[in-house]
Design a protein around this ligand. Structure first.
Ligand SMILES: Nc1ncnc2c1ncn2[C@@H]1O[C@H](COP(=O)(O)OP(=O)(O)OP(=O)(O)O)[C@@H](O)[C@H]1O
Ligand SMILES: [Mg+2]
Length: 262
C-alpha cells in the first residue's frame, strides 16, 4: 500500500498560462522543505515535465513496479517516458486515458508521499474528470494570467471543480507584470485579474508570479527557476509552497483523509 498524504492538481481552463511551470517549481519548492514529493505529468497530449526536469528514465524493479527518476528531490513520471518516439502524438479516447493515468499512480513505486503534484492539461475534459474520480484530491491550485480571456476559461475550470466536489486551494496569477531592466513595470497581460477572481471566489491569492525570461529559460534547459536559490525568481515559488503547506496542514488537522494509492 502506498499513501499519498496530499494529491494536488495544478489546473487552468486555459492553455499556456504556466501550469507546468508552476507545477514543476512548486514540486521542487515543497521538496526543499524536506517533504517527500511526487510530480505526475497528466498532460498526455503535450507532456512538459521531461523538458522541465531535463529528461529522465524509468526503471523496473523486481516486482515489476516502475521506479521513477528523481531530481531536485522530486520523483516524477510522464507518459512521455513510455513513448517510443518523444515526438509521437497520443491519440486516445477517454477509457485509455483513464487507464494510463491510473497506472501512473498505481504501477509506480512511489513509496509514501507527502505531496503529489499533478500537472494537468488545459481544459475541463477527460483528464480532469478521470483524476477527480480516481483519487481523493486535497484541492486544486488554479493558475491564470491576469487577462480576461484567461480568466473566462479559468472560471469554467473552477465551476467544474465545484461540480466534482474538489476545493480550490487558491489562485496563482502568473505572468503578472514584467519588470524591465530600468525597473519600470509593464503589465503585459493586464493587471489585477487574479486578485479579483480570488476575491470573488473568496479563495486565497497564493502568488503573483512575475513574467521573467529567466523563468522560461530555466524551464527550457531543465533547471527550473526555483533551483536558483535566493534569487528574485525563486523566492515567489518558495513563498507559494509555504502558503500551500499552511493550507494543507490546516486541512489535515480538520480531518481530511489521505489518499491510498494501490
Ligand atoms: N512567469 C513566467 N515568466 C516567463 N515565462 C513563463 C512564465 N510562466 C510560464 N512561462 C513560459 O510560458 C510558456 C508556457 O508555460 P507552461 O508550459 O508552463 O504553460 P501551461 O499552462 O502548462 O501550458 P499547456 O496548457 O500547453 O500545458 C513556457 O514557455 C514557459 O516557460
Ligand atoms: Mg503544461
Amino acid at each position: 500500500m502506498q499513501i499519498m498524504k496530499h494529491i494536488v492538481p495544478v489546473v487552468s481552463g486555459k492553455g499556456g498560462v504556466g501550469k507546468s511551470t508552476v507545477a514543476a517549481n512548486l514540486a521542487i519548492a515543497l521538496a526543499n522543505t524536506g517533504a517527500k514529493v511526487a510530480l505526475i505529468d497528466a498532460d498526455f497530449y503535450g507532456p512538459s515535465v521531461p523538458t522541465l526536469f531535463g529528461g529522465g528514465n524509468i526503471q523496473v524493479d523486481h516486482e515489476q513496479k516502475l521506479i521513477p527518476p528523481e531530481k531536485f528531490g522530486v520523483k516524477y513520471v510522464s507518459l512521455a517516458f513510455f513513448l517510443q518516439n518523444p515526438d509521437d502524438a497520443v491519440i486516445w479516447r477517454g477509457p485509455m486515458f483513464n487507464k494510463a493515468l491510473n497506472q501512473l499512480f498505481q504501477d509506480v513505486n512511489w513509496g509514501n508521499v507527502d505531496y503529489c503534484i499533478v500537472d494537468m492539461p488545459p481544459g475541463t475534459g477527460d483528464a480532469q474528470i478521470s483524476l477527480c474520480q480516481m483519487t481523493q484530491l486535497s484541492g486544486a491550485v488554479v493558475v491564470t494570467t491576469p487577462q480576461e480571456v484567461a480568466l473566462a476559461d479559468v472560471r469554467k475550470a473552477i465551476s467544474m471543480l465545484g461540480k466534482m466536489d474538489v476545493d480550490v486551494l487558491g489562485i496563482v496569477e502568473n505572468m503578472s507584470g514584467f519588470i524591465a531592466p530600468d525597473g519600470t513595470r509593464h503589465d503585459i497581460f493586464g493587471s489585477g485579474g487574479g486578485v479579483a477572481l480570488a476575491e470573488r471566489l473568496q479563495v486565497p491569492l497564493l502568488a503573483q508570479l512575475p513574467l521573467d525570461p529567466a523563468i522560461r529559460e530555466g524551464g527550457d534547459i531543465g533547471v527550473p527557476a526555483i533551483t536558483q536559490e535566493g534569487s528574485s525568481i525563486s523566492e515567489p515559488f518558495s513563498q507559494l509552497a509555504l502558503k500551500i503547506l499552511e493550507i494543507l496542514d490546516k486541512k489535515s488537522h480538520s480531518g481530511q483523509q489521505t489518499a491510498v494509492v494501490n
